[in-house]
Write a protein that binds this ligand. Sequence first.
Ligand code: SAM
Length: 697
Amino acid sequence: MKSKHAQVHFNESGTPVADHFDDVYFSNDSGIDETQHVFIEGNDLPSRWLTWTKPTFVIAETGFGTGLNFLVTMRAFRTFRKTNPAHPLKHLYFITTEKFPLPPKDMKRALSAFPALKEESDALGDKYPMGLEGCHRLDFPEFTTTLDLWIGDVHALLPQWHSPMHGLVDAWFLDGFAPSKNPDMWTEALFSQMARLSKKGTTFGTFTAAGIVKRGLAAVGFNIKKRNGFGRKRDMLTGEFDDTHENVPQKLRTPLGPYYRFSTTLNTEKDHVIVVGSGLAAASVCLSLTKRGINTTLCFDGDTPATGASGNPQGGFYPQLHSEASIASRLQAHSFLYAKQYYHDILHHHPQVPHAFCGVIQLSFNDNVATRQSKLAASEVWPDALVRHVTEAEVSQKANIALPYSGLWIEQGGWLSPPSLVNAMLSQASASGLLTIKANHRYVSHCVAGKDIQRSSADNNETQDTVKVMFDVCDRAHHDTEKTEVTIEAQHVILALGAGATAADEFSSLPLRPVRGQVEAIPSQAPLSDLCTVLCHKGYMTPAMDGRHALGSTYVKNDLSTEVCEVETQTNLNTHKQALENTNLIADLSHDGTARAATRLGSPDHQPVVGTMHDFNALKKEYSELGQGKPLQQTPLLPRSGISTLTCLGSRGLTTAPLMAEVLVSGLCAEPLPLNNDLLNAVNTSRFMTRQAIRGE
Ligand code: SAM
């Protein structure tokens, strides 16, 4: 999971050279001009962008290196957008792989040779991820560009990219050291994956004119052209994909993952989406929709947002990691890293949101936990920048309180105030002019007009069906107790109801697990007032906000009540007393009984539930052959659906909501998905149905 960094030195021209490959990252003559010539002009980007009719353009690169190609392209795209503000092409996706990420200091040094790219380099430098395998989605809103930086080997990663039937990528930047220096990369497997992911008319550009590349790409359906190379190179190759060519390996184009994403495609220009919910999940979905230019209406019951599980004044923000790179841990790690930069951007515009990225300590408060933590520290699975073992002395120094335990230190973690954060996210989404917020709208039901919906692969640009969503409207703020029923029409509805889902018929075929949680708001007092990091053990406590510390939490299954109860106050205090019995932190704590209780919604496997909704009980019959060993790939696509959900975030919404919203909305728009296939499958709405069908239930 932790990746190996590149080892580089700088040659006499100041160009970085990879020790392992003995090759330069870019031309000694002029890196920027080389990118412009080989990749930007090699793919005819400026002229193709001008005639492009879709809202997004997807570039895929092999070998991110210093990021120079990306920066030059992002700059060119900004120039294009500035010159053509009304153009339908609005957003650039740049998806790239890197097996050996450059250490940040080498990257900075390499890019300092290009002062013309300072703004772009600084933006990348601010977000450049730690060396953790998997997808790092980095948003650059000021450049209307998203970078999906996939850390790992291109051969392992390209098969993870989920493609609509008509392809995903519009242009390829084939970089990655010369074939003579890096023969393992330039293989048939790479060219086949390129064919799988390309569309009719997808182009490529590469600095090399090697026969193996020319023949390999021709063999999978690219028409190849030779052009003048850059600098001292005589030739280079460009080409265009012909999906009807007899060489195209058709079987490769079958969707890989079993869960059939991209079964529904929104038209971002025209479609209207209703989001129902008021917490972190709903607010994240609204931001993901509006940043894609989608007209969005948010409806919720009650006068204000964040009245459910996202209403606690303080929430700890950190990933829950195991010593192995399990699916659950990888989801946590990537969600956390995405959420960190996402909140950073929001806090930049809304600094009033109470928060502190003060670090989180997971205390090794008993022998079992100490053993688990030592295993994690020894496993070397996670970068130190994400989590590292700290001694008792370090724990006390970081917490600013004497604590007789060692622990795990999550430097980038901390706490935020979810209700204030939700309001900031909604205000950011509203700034797009695309979000309408309707309070006091209680979701009742929905129906999809046009029952005879054909199964589609989402490639056919069919117009969406209309979804009619019924609400009870009751303006309690003005003491109006009369309910009126209101219908709002849209092309899609996303239910982010949290615990409210337990009462909605749409969720009857999903296994939902509501869990009540009470959190104490303890008046700040010595010695607790000195605490300056979040402390986790069996429970958690935070530094003070507005003179109170959060101290939580209880877990009571299937309890939907939200009244504060004394028994749970005692449970919370006892949990802390037991875990911290060797300290003076809790024993004499005085509490005035202020607390808050809410119901979080979880799932049986504790992972979020993200994706389109169906009557899974009915669908299970269609998938029953899975129980007799039929491969998932050969079972039918999921039907089209006018309804999706983002739910079951449990008590981890602060960590998971932003990335899960990106997964959902990227899927609805048939855009690149920011997770590996196994992680996508682990969160998809259809996983329970599929597992039951496989088990023959
Ligand atoms: N595009 C880069 C830039 O703008 O700086 C230059 C790329 S450099 C010539 C080639 C990059 O490909 C290196 O960073 C190298 O680590 C990466 N690479 C080589 N083999 C790879 C593989 N099998 N999978 C992923 N990345 C690989």
